[in-house]
Design a binder for this molecule. Structure first.
Ligand code: ATP
Length: 302
């Protein structure tokens, strides 16, 4: 499942099919916080000053089942300590619980047992805006709005100047293709405008995240194979996005897992292996099998 689909799923559980809104994740989140059981605490805590290189994230014995499937533990005794600045890749077969992990970080749902802490504070003690302001998401299925390229990136942080938008577009390897559009940054995108390729959409999403500049970045790497050039550009954009912050990636690409500080292997809601790419390949377990079968092995020319 994807984060956007997850938000729609969480929303429909509380609002019903008829009121499902198609649109921005943030709009969905707003609707959710109106109707959902997930509410900001009456007296929220403030986040303490954090490390310059990103947020700390701690999961302590998290147990979670979806309201519609109470008999299945989608997360089962998950404990995890992510340090500021760390890049953690989460891998595992379909249904392992990778997306569920992200949904809990964003408080689409609360665990039935255990805790999730951001910079040492239980996320249920934070105002939802404080929590979600601290988190940037690069989803698999990027939403491109019916607006021009400038506004599509500015969506990452309303109020950003044109210069700031162009700066992040350059970092995200989006500037060049935008400049080549008929009206450059003024070109209208979306269904009635310029249709972007998968790789271009991803780079727009990365530019948005860079503009938001969050201490914690959640990346849901696209499963779709890109051509080699697009792949190289997306990888360079991802590298720029990870600098100076904590990053958790649902990873599907070899280049990504090879670069991660740590790989978490999930299966049936549990963390079953942890290590680096080299150590896990040497272990010859679940990860070694996944790596052999599932990763997109695109060779990146330097
Ligand atoms: P994929 O790689 O296919 O995206 P995943 O590792 O992200 O898989 P999750 O989407 O987190 O897996 O799913 C974990 C478990 O929770 C699965 O058994 C799945 O069927 C179940 N699940 C996911 N979303 C929901 C939901 N909205 N309602 C009920 N069960 C769900």
């Amino acid at each position: 499942a994807s984060i956007v689909a997850g938000a729609i799923g969480a929303l429909s559980e509380v609002m019903g099919e008829a009121q499902r809104a198609a649109g921005a994740t943030e709009r969905l989140l707003e609707l959710m916080s109106v109707k959902s059981k997930i509410q900001s605490p009456v007296t929220p805590l403030a986040l303490p000053p954090r490390a310059a290189n990103g947020a700390a994230l701690t999961l302590n014995d998290v147990m979670f089942s979806y309201p519609s499937r109470p008999e299945t533990n989608s997360l089962d005794h998950v404990s995890l300590d992510i340090q500021p600045g760390e890049t953690v890749a989460v891998v595992g077969p379909s249904g392992a619980g990778k997306t569920t992990l992200f949904q809990l970080f964003l408080r689409f749902y609360d665990p039935q047992h255990g805790s999730i802490k951001l910079d040492g504070v239980d996320i249920t003690q934070l105002d939802l805006h404080t929590l979600r302001d601290a988190i940037g998401i690069v989803p698999q299925d990027t939403i491109i709005f019916s607006a021009n390229a400038m506004e599509n990136i500015r969506y990452g942080r309303a109020g950003a100047t044109d210069e700031e938008v162009i700066e992040v577009a350059k970092l995200a390897a989006a500037h060049e293709f935008i400049e080549r559009l008929p009206q450059g940054y003024q070109s209208f995108l979306g269904e009635r405008g310029v249709r972007l390729s998968g790789g271009q959409r991803q780079r727009i999403a990365i530019a948005r995240a860079l503009l938001k500049n969050p201490p914690l970045l959640l990346l849901d790497e696209a499963t779709s194979a890109l051509d080699a050039e697009s792949e190289r550009l997306v990888q360079s954009a991802l590298e720029a996005a990870m600098v100076g912050r904590t990053t958790v990636i649902i990873a599907h690409r070899l280049a990504t897992v090879q670069r991660a500080d740590r790989i978490i292997v999930m299966e049936d809601g549990k963390i079953v292996e942890t290590g680096t790419h080299a150590s896990l390949v040497a272990l010859g377990g679940i990860y070694a099998n996944l790596a052999a079968l599932q990763f997109h092995n695109v060779h990146i020319a330097h």
